[in-house]
Design a protein around this ligand. Structure first.
Ligand code: GAL
Length: 960
């Protein structure tokens, strides 16, 4: 419950209803004047969230705007989520993404979270805000800004330096979040999470949590404050109002996607929570993959539709009514956003791919998400004693809504890993009849075939109907105009039995499919028996509201879309995606996407005579199901230009002895608040000199005695989940070698030395990002060189360091702190579209080189993609065999990928529309760092990842 002296006294109750539809209706996207504040209440009890008095099942997915640097595409992802039945999106706000320098905060362009929250309101989706200050999320320093590495004070504690730093961030972000809260009627921010998986429940940890909560309240955050700290901060100082559990039952090892762990039953946690619902702020929606990993299709398999059904329904069975899936859209670690260990794609094997395409996991989430929305009694259930299935390999959990008696039977294999096909009958409790064994039709059974799970309903009233039970699952039911329409589904080829109660024998018409009907006058029940095969349709009429039953197999069910318009819901069958619907009395306006030409069928009130699809009228005819059937076109084919003309230039002049480094910073610091600098002086750590992201060059000068036989270099590149940082070193322009981490002694050829002259050691260091954090300060582990000593002489080495242009003072704030590192080309704008490469040599790809160093490659191409199509495009690098090089890829100046030829696994790099110009000129620049004598750059091509005729519009916003 909200604390009694909390802000709920200011809430004004509204009549219960579809709060989200109301919110969407009262909002005007980007409007200067906020809509009149219609305030809402957000409370909860032990069963569920209660929004405006209405118990609400929360079905939410995670999305990170900072992993999709194209605001037009934010809307695409949120619409796709909303259309799949998600009523909420969970969003981390990344401190480091907004703050390149202490005191500098940027919330413009791709960082405009006001705009993001406006889009959420416009789309009509609630937001679970997670502003940190620490977020983890496999991002650099877990979301801490680079400059925080140069400060003192234990992170995630009450240390004054740390408190001063995060207070600024919280003030900035809370100011924006507060404007968009449900409770104030201006937006859809529904919950606000405090910290992230913080497990330090020492006195100081508690005080820190309490300070964060007090800060949120002081900043005007009035929605419930939540936690994902598992068993921590449930009571006492620092307790969050609504605690939550994070759960990743499949782990993150995608190399063995067939392997399943057992199911942990959260029933005892459910029992222990007396005032709050069982909330999963992060339930596994996929898995991150690591450098050298098996790739995201393996992660998508590990956490596939079968996993979703079995595990997500198991959490329903344990009584959870609040589930968020991490991730639903993962996106990309563009620039240097990733923490050590993970690569550019953060696809996560999620329901929606990094290229924004829908997968079978999305379909499965839609089936479940629609059910949680359609079946209101699911938000308040208690476990009830349950009849055992007659097949003991199966297990059933029963729940019941205490108010209306709706029953839920969640059926699966007793051993989650089991892959056998098992048939069973189930003894369930019905109203008048008492215990009934289902299915009743002779020779039929309920199956659990392999890794499957089913939620079966009994004694469920919807619209004007009374469902005794069904062995099919309910996808959705809606009142469309004057009739009820329900979609029930089952696995292809399996039996289905649906029993409805009527006062008197109804008129039953099988419109399509093979459905046997049986009226039992004694029990007043109508029994339908069928096999799930495509789509069967049955119209049932009696005195009350007529019912259209749509009996589908899974494949047919997922072709349905439910759109909740201001004037009631409609169902649409057919297209790849239905995004939005608006209804007047006689006109329905739809938008969506198609991946091919085909049918579109609309179930709308009978008064609707005309339908428009993506702005054009749709010719339709009435069907026997009293729906409207039309035809929609698919996308026109697309061909992409071949990238054959490239320009190339040497991009590592720093390695030459004569290179002028007089303007570089000297590494002359001898003190730092960072306790992690436990190396010799002076301090070499690149963060100490303001270079937090990307590659860094060092040049060390020494006067040779002539006796030097070797040089020993050590660097700190980040060791986590396998480390793929590297450095390469040269002495007076001669290649010494490379080292993938730690320390190495490189022999010196005496002929390379200039006795008594200026000798230069040049070292290029790959910074794979800052570690994530517990509460010890690991994110402050130094980056760059840590020590250098000559063997054979005592000659001191004077070091100079060079990183990204401007350090913390960004020359290109639009692209921001993570976009560019310290390569010569990055510092001189070679990645930018306006750079003139006409004087560079021409080449074709692949291009091999035996010279370690950095080469830049550039090319231009023009796109003229068909208007009204969404065509996700990737840049592919293909090496026939791995070579020793790593490439940084820029599209129109934006760094969208890092490729390591001899590590992998990523070869295709999304070029998000908006960064990519689909109707004009584009520039690719690739910096290829050859780390040994067999470098170069492989073949580079553009690939079409998908092709849709679409309502989406994503145009470039223009960048310097
Ligand atoms: C959680 C954490 C998330 C993310 C996830 C793994 O523990 O809260 O931020 O790191 O693990 O992807």
């Amino acid at each position: 419950m909200l604390r009694s002296k909390g802000p709920q006294g200011r809430h004004i109750a509204r009549a219960a209803g579809l709060a989200l539809v109301a919110l969407a209706a009262t909002s005007a996207h980007g409007a200067e004047a906020p809509a009149p504040a219609a305030r809402h209440t957000v409370t909860f009890d032990r069963h569920s969230l209660i929004i405006d008095g209405k118990p609400t099942y929360l079905w939410s997915g995670s999305f990170h705007y900072w992993r999709l640097p194209s605001p037009d595409l934010w809307k695409d992802v949120l619409q796709k989520m909303k259309s799949a039945g998600f009523n909420a999106v969970e969003i981390y706000f990344d401190w480091g993404y907004h703050s390149p320098k202490r005191g500098v905060y940027d919330f413009t362009g791709i960082r405009d979270v006001d705009h993001l929250l406006d889009i959420a309101r416009e789309v009509g989706i609630y937001v679970i805000a997670r502003p940190g200050p620490y977020i983890n999320a496999e991002t650099d320093a877990g979301g801490f800004p680079g400059w925080l590495t140069t400060t003192g004070g234990t992170p995630r504690s009450t240390a004054p330096d740390y408190t001063a730093a995060y207070t600024d961030w919280m003030t900035e972000i809370d100011r924006i979040l507060a404007r968009h809260q449900v409770t104030d009627g201006r937006g859809t921010v529904l919950l606000c999470q405090v910290e992230n998986e913080f497990y330090n429940d020492s006195d100081d940890g508690k005080k820190y949590m309490q300070a964060l909560e007090d800060k949120a309240r002081a900043d005007g955050i009035t929605v419930p404050l939540t936690g994902n700290h598992n068993t921590n901060f449930i009571t006492g100082v620092g307790a969050t109002e609504m605690p939550g559990y994070d759960s990743y039952p499949a782990d993150f090892d995608c190399t063995r996607p067939e392997r399943w762990n057992g199911i942990y039953d959260f029933a005892s946690e459910r029992q222990a929570l007396t005032k709050t619902p069982l909330f999963f702020p992060e339930y596994q929606g996929g898995a991150f993959d690591v450098w050298g990993g098996p790739g995201y299709e393996a992660c998508r398999k590990l956490t596939g539709p079968d996993f979703e059904r079995v595990f997500y329904e198991a959490t329903m069975a344990s009584g959870s009514t609040m589930q968020n899936f991490y991730m639903t859209y993962g996106g990309i670690n563009w620039g240097w956003l990733s923490s050590p260990g993970v690569y550019t794609s953060y696809d996560y094997g999620a329901a929606i791919t990094a290229s924004r395409q829908l997968t079978p996991k999305y379909d499965q989430q839609k089936l479940l998400g629609y059910m949680t929305r359609a079946v209101a009694p699911l938000a308040r259930t208690d476990a009830v004693g349950s009849a055992v299935p007659d097949n003991r390999r199966l297990r059933v959990t029963a729940r019941r809504n205490p108010e209306d008696g709706t029953r839920f039977y969640i059926l699966r294999h007793a051993e989650a890993q089991d892959t056998t096909d098992d048939a069973t009958h189930l003894k369930i409790t019905l109203g008048k009849e008492g215990d009934t064994t289902i299915p009743q039709a002779p020779g039929t059974a309920i199956h659990i075939n392999g890794r499957d799970s089913k939620v079966l309903l009994a004694n469920y009233h919807f619209g004007g109907q009374n469902l005794a039970y069904s062995t099919s699952e309910l996808m959705t039911q809606v009142r469309v105009g004057e009739r009820d329409v329900a979609v029930l589904y089952g696995r292809h080829g399996e039996d289905g039995e649906t029993v409805l109660r009527y006062a008197a024998k109804p008129d039953v018409r099988v419109i399509e499919g093979d459905v046997a009907t049986h009226w039992d006058a004694a029990s007043h029940t109508l029994r339908l028996n069928y096999r799930h095969d495509g789509l069967a349709r049955v119209a049932i009429t009696q005195n009350g509201t007529p019912l259209l039953l749509l009996l589908a197999d899974n494949a047919a069910a997922v072709t349905f879309w439910q759109l909740d318009t201001k004037n009631g819901p409609v169902l649409v069958r057919g297209p790849y995606l239905a995004r939005t619907g608006e209804q007047t009395t006689d006109q329905l306006t739809l938008s969506g996407d198609t991946d091919r030409a085909g049918d579109i069928e609309v179930f709308a009130p009978s008064a609707v005579r005309t339908v428009a699809w993506n702005g054009a009228p749709l010719a339709t005819r009435a069907t026997a199901s009293a729906s409207l059937l039309g035809h929609v076109d698919g996308p026109a084919p697309v061909t992409l230009p071949v990238l054959h003309d490239w320009h190339v230039a040497d991009g590592a002049p720093e390695l030459a002895t004569a290179f002028d480094d007089h303007a570089w910073q000297s590494t002359d610091r001898t003190s730092t608040p960072n306790p992690y600098w436990n190396h010799t002086l002076p301090i070499l750590d690149s963060d100490s000199y303001g270079f937090h992201h990307g590659n860094v060059w060092y040049r060390g000068h020494f006067k040779a005695t002539g006796n030097e036989t070797a040089i020993r270099l050590s660097a700190s590149l980040g060791v986590h989940l396998g480390n793929h940082g590297i450095f390469t070193a040269w002495l007076n322009g001669h290649f010494l070698g490379n080292n993938p981490s730690g320390a190495q002694q490189f022999p010196i050829d005496p002929s390379w030395l200039k006795k008594d002259g200026d000798n230069v050691v040049a070292v290029l260091v790959d910074n794979h990002g800052h570690l994530q954090e517990e509460h010890t300060g690991t994110f402050r582990e130094p980056r760059g060189l840590t020590a250098a000593t000559l063997v054979g002489s005592q000659a001191p080495i004077r070091w100079k360091v060079q990183g990204n242009l401007g350090g913390e003072d960004l020359p290109d704030p639009m692209r921001g702190p993570f976009n560019a590192g310290g390569l010569y080309g990055e510092r001189n704008g070679w990645h930018l579209p306006a750079f003139k490469d006409t004087r560079w040599a021409t080449t074709t790809l692949p291009h091999a080189t035996d010279k370690p160093g950095v080469d830049w490659y550039r090319t231009h191409f023009t796109l003229d993609l068909p208007a009204g199509q969404d065509v996700p495009i990737a840049l592919r690098i293909h090496d026939a065999a791995p070579h020793h090089y790593r490439a940084i890829i820029f599209i129109n100046g934006w760094q969208i990928g890092r490729y390591i030829s001899d590590v992998g696994p990523q070869t295709d790099f999304e070029l998000p529309a908006g960064l990519l110009n689909p109707h004009g000129d584009n520039t690719i620049a690739i910096a290829a760092w050859s780390t040994a004598q067999d470098g170069g750059l492989g073949e580079v091509s553009l690939v079409v990842q998908g092709n849709y005729r679409s309502a989406l519009r994503a145009e470039p916003k223009g960048a310097p």
